[in-house]
Design a binder for this molecule. Structure first.
Ligand SMILES: [Ca+2]
Length: 174
């Protein structure tokens, strides 16, 4: 395949479109808190598409060992939903997130409705997937997290008791 053909192939899909990705804690049996780390946007074939999400591993702002702070869009690139607490959390902080899949920090969503969002650029007419790690605090079952694109739910997962990586089904950007 020629270089030109490769370039054309790589540019398939519709025009770039700004959409809002949100992830929100849905249910609250037990401790009410779910942990999230290392979000990734994948193409439909499962290839990671780097550079779409900012601060996808919640590594800034740096909290220092044992520290945590409410997510602030000015310093973290993530906008809280305004319900419950969206917390940038060091792995040795008080929620007991250690050992986390992508040191040194993760996101803690405390209480139903707690979430964060970020506006990202995707291509219209193109399918994507979201890959992520989650864990609920302590034992129990049933705590759920849902992912939304422009307010439309595209995936929902129950929080496991150990850090686990999941990949969403493909969703289409209209
Ligand atoms: Ca991380």
């Amino acid at each position: 395949m020629s270089r030109r053909r490769l370039l054309l192939f790589g540019s398939m899909g519709g025009p770039t479109k700004a959409v809002t990705l949100a992830l929100i804690n849905q249910e609250y049996p037990g401790d009410h808190s779910i942990f999230v780390d290392q979000l990734e946007i994948l193409d439909v074939a499962g290839n990671v598409m780097p550079g779409i999400l900012a601060n996808s591993g919640f590594e800034y702002p740096v909290q220092g060992q044992g520290g945590m702070a409410l997510a602030d869009p000015a310093t973290s690139n993530w906008t809280p939903t305004g319900v419950g607490n969206a917390i940038i959390h060091d792995q040795f902080g008080p929620f007991g997130t250690y050992p986390i899949p992508q040191p040194n920090q993760c996101l803690v969503l405390q209480l139903a409705g707690a979430g964060v969002s970020q506006t990202i650029l995707l291509s219209s007419g193109t399918y994507y997937r979201i890959r992520f790690w989650i864990r609920q605090r302590y034992g129990g079952a049933g705590l759920q997290i849902a992912f939304f694109i422009d307010g439309v739910e595209v995936h929902r997962e129950s929080g496991p008791n150990a850090w686990t990586q999941y990949t969403s089904l493909p969703f289409l950007i209209s």
